[in-house]
Design a protein around this ligand. Structure first.
Ligand SMILES: [Zn+2]
Length: 82
């Protein structure tokens, strides 16, 4: 299953756990955008979806680490994310 994890300042967070309404909305938007782009991407060989870890010091400075079953899936997901 497609999975996305957020880590802010090294702490794992879920958009629905964030108290600050603005940050919560921002994070939810990031999550939705990524899901729209890559949730349907599957490895043609293994049928797996990617796992994405978005980490950074703040929500506007996230970098994305993509994990997958093989290089092909990872590069497909990278292409979709732009
Ligand atoms: Zn694969």
């Amino acid at each position: 299953m497609f999975d996305i994890t957020f880590k802010l300042n090294g702490r794992k967070v879920r958009p629905n756990q964030i108290g600050d309404a603005l940050e919560k909305a921002l994070l939810q938007k990031v999550e939705d955008d990524i899901k729209k782009k890559v949730a349907t991407v599957r490895c043609p060989e293994h049928g797996q979806a990617a796992q994405i870890v978005a980490s950074g010091r703040s929500i506007d400075k996230l970098r994305f680490d993509i994990k997958g079953c093989c290089e092909k899936l990872i590069s497909d997901v990278k292409k979709k994310l732009g």
